[in-house]
Design a protein around this ligand. Structure first.
Ligand code: CAA
Length: 241
């Protein structure tokens, strides 16, 4: 029987590419989204999947969303914690709201979702948790004290949880995309983005599908011995030790 995968922020950007790849691999895909109904409808129609609108920063809303997914598709076997936002500003201009929104949506969301699928994965003796971090969680980025903190937090979360899931057949890994050609990256001021691309040895932005294929591999049975790993996919822009 095919497995159920939840992709948070799964209707746009990297998340949408992950949803599409997982459909092609034969999974039952639930794509979560927060606000953009038009993009969600387009995604649902194009991929033939169910989309679920709930706020990943709200623990109870996540619980309700997961209950609906379980009813429609069965319990979640693979969770891809992808939802995230940026609120870039140099630290001397960063507001409490800009800090808190990024921590809540990019980091606390991973607790909210994973905590509520974790017991089921342990009971069934199989599960995959894949967290989407960022190159900027590995190296830090000017203007992103909030985002770099949240994304680095996902790496620590992964390393701790992998040790807890190991004996129960639940793997936990983190993917660190570099600069990928999505709306989020295209929102970086043009001149700044040109400067960033100049530092990518491969000489281009990454493609969302290049992150999705890594996620599909980590979700597979073949990847059972990979857990607690940080998978860097960034065109050699930053080579972590
Ligand atoms: N390193 C050093 N100094 C920098 C800098 C950098 N990378 N970027 C800007 N500065 C300096 C500027 O030169 C300027 O210095 P002066 O005052 O001496 O001229 C000062 O910082 C202020 O710069 P700005 O006037 O541009 O400040 P701003 O408030 O308008 O904007 C910013 C600052 C929002 C951080 C803007 O530079 C920016 O958007 N940077 C890009 C940040 C980034 O890479 N975000 C990634 C988004 S995509 C993503 O996050 C996905 C992913 O996972 C990769």
């Amino acid at each position: 029987m095919s497995k159920t995968v939840l992709v948070t922020g799964g209707t746009r950007g990297i998340g949408r590419a992950i949803s599409e790849t997982m459909v092609k691999k034969g999974y039952k895909v639930a794509a979560n989204y927060a606000g953009n109904d038009a993009a969600a409808k387009e995604c649902a129609d194009a991929l033939g999947i169910n989309v679920y609108k709930f706020d990943v920063a709200d623990y109870d809303a996540v619980g309700a969303g997961l209950a609906q997914i379980a009813k429609d598709l069965g319990p979640v076997d693979v969770v891809i914690n992808n939802a995230g936002v940026t609120r870039d500003a140099p630290f001397h201009k960063m507001t409490k709201d800009q800090w808190q929104q990024v921590i809540d949506i990019d980091l606390t969301s991973a607790f909210n979702v994973t905590r509520q699928v974790w017991d089921g994965m342990r009971e069934r003796g199989w599960g995959r948790v894949i967290n989407i971090s960022s190159i900027n969680g590995q190296k830090g980025q000017f203007g992103q004290a909030n985002y770099s903190a949240a994304k680095a937090g996902l790496i620590g979360f992964t390393k701790a949880l992998a040790q807890e899931g190991a004996k129960k057949g639940v793997t936990v890994n983190v993917v660190c995309p570099g600069y990928i050609d999505t709306e989020m990256v295209q929102a970086v001021p043009e001149k700044v983005l040109e400067g960033i691309i100049a530092t990518i040895p491969v000489g281009r932005l990454g493609k969302a599908e290049e992150i999705a294929s890594m996620c599909a591999y980590l979700a597979s049975d073949e990847a059972a011995f990979i857990t607690g790993a940080t998978m860097t996919v960034n065109g050699a822009q930053y080579i972590a030790g």
